[in-house]
Design a protein around this ligand. Structure first.
Ligand SMILES: Cc1cc2nc3c(=O)[nH]c(=O)nc-3n(C[C@H](O)[C@H](O)[C@H](O)COP(=O)(O)OP(=O)(O)OC[C@H]3O[C@@H](n4cnc5c(N)ncnc54)[C@H](O)[C@@H]3O)c2cc1C
Length: 351
């Protein structure tokens, strides 16, 4: 080991490192804040022997148990406009930067494209993991490439948009979580904005603000206002945003359910499948605002599980399982969790 090898803390509390605010610990943890740190990771016995996970802001993870391996906090900093024409600019954002601050920074540079993704908590490096999306836009719409540390090859690699195999809250990184550490992303943004106002609530908000000809910054402000109104703030009440993905079902299954529930919201997909609203399904089963001790479902949004104070990760996961069972029983649909769930036996949940 050399003076450049990152320092390991063992064990390490994760209490402040997850937006659910549950108590958990990792067998060991360290921070990477320089590129050369990656070359030295293999010198560490904790890196070579056990499970390893990179973490950003901890806003898309539930620790239902302790993590038995090494947690690496990505703190790589930097934002840069690489190249610009009169139409587009390529912007590189390092993985440890705060996502929302980076969105605001691009808008301050006069560049549009990320405004609908304002106020999503967490770090830049996690954004490609589940292809963050909100208000009609996904990261995949603007992402040019992702630089990763490939753990298999022990080297840097550039993955273009196609190689990331993005899907709805999905990517190659989510499907193969052991392989890549995201180091930075490059997005292609517009000099001349082309706003995406397909989400009707966003239009309504802009109208309420008296803006008939909004700028990208106006859209960002409107998104922030809607999000503050709709979603509980993790700084006040622990949560990880939407806990379940919206299920995508066949047209036949949607029609079967729709026969009993004609008011059920349905969204047709390009491939003919139908996306249903997980929040609506959960609400139908009476879970909105439910509370069992300190584990509960938000009164504002049926998709958001909340920690009212001292809930354990295990009790939140137990509640999630009960919600899934009731949806399955009533609608024959198996909801999938959106955040990564660390189970007590240290298996990652991808049911
Ligand atoms: C109130 C609230 C609202 C939210 N709204 C949205 C929303 O609108 N849309 C949306 O898509 N998400 C939303 N989320 C979820 C979350 O904010 C995003 O998924 C975000 O990208 C997670 O960032 P993070 O840094 O906190 O990730 P973390 O929770 O730290 O990590 C999440 C996963 O990514 C992996 N990971 C993190 N960094 C790296 C890296 N550099 N390299 C490799 N793997 C990495 C981790 O191992 C883990 O598996 C919301 C969460 C909250 C609390």
């Amino acid at each position: 080991m050399t003076a450049d090898t990152p320092k390991v803390v063992s064990p390490a509390s994760l209490d402040q490192a997850n937006s659910f605010g549950v108590s958990a610990q990792a067998a060991a943890a360290l921070q990477v804040s320089r590129r050369d740190h990656f070359y030295h990771l293999h010198e560490l016995p904790e890196y070579r022997s056990g499970p390893v996970m990179m973490l950003g802001g901890g806003s898309n993870i539930l620790f239902a148990g302790d993590y038995p391996g090494l947690v690496i906090f990505n703190r790589l900093a930097g934002r840069q406009v690489l190249d610009a024409t009169d139409k587009h600019a390529y912007v590189r954002l390092q993985a440890g930067e705060n996502w929302h601050e980076s969105v605001l920074w691009t808008l301050q540079q006069g560049l549009a494209g990320l405004e609908n993704l304002s106020l999503i908590p967490g770090a830049v490096g996690a954004a490609p993991i589940q292809n963050v999306g909100a208000y009609g836009v996904e990261l995949a719409d603007v992402l040019d490439q992702v630089e990763v540390w490939d753990r298999q090859r022990q080297d840097w690699r550039m993955l273009n948009n196609k190689a990331c195999a993005f899907g709805y809250r999905d990517s190659i990184f989510k499907r193969d979580p052991e392989r890549y550490f995201v180091v930075n992303i490059t997005v292609k943004l517009r000099v001349k904005p082309k706003l995406n106002l397909r989400y009707h609530g966003l239009r309504d908000e802009l109208n309420a603000m008296g803006l008939s000809n909004p700028t990208p910054l106006d859209v960002s402000r409107a998104v922030c206002t809607i999000r503050r109104r709709k979603l509980p703030d993790p700084a006040r009440i622990g949560n990880a945003g939407s806990f379940f993905k919206n299920p995508v079902v066949s047209p036949e299954q949607a029609a079967r359910i729709g026969a009993d529930y004609p008011q059920m919201p349905c969204f047709g997909q390009a491939d003919g499948a139908i996306k249903l609203s997980a929040a609506w399904l959960i609400e139908q089963c009476g879970w909105k605002g439910y509370r069992d001790g300190d584990a509960g479902v938000s009164e504002r949004h049926a998709l958001v599980l909340v920690n009212h104070g001292c809930a354990s990760g295990a009790s939140l996961w137990d509640l999630a399982q009960r919600i899934r069972s009731s949806i399955h029983e009533r609608f024959d649909i198996r909801l999938q969790p959106e955040p990564v769930v660390i189970l007590p036996a240290a298996k990652t949940d991808t049911p």
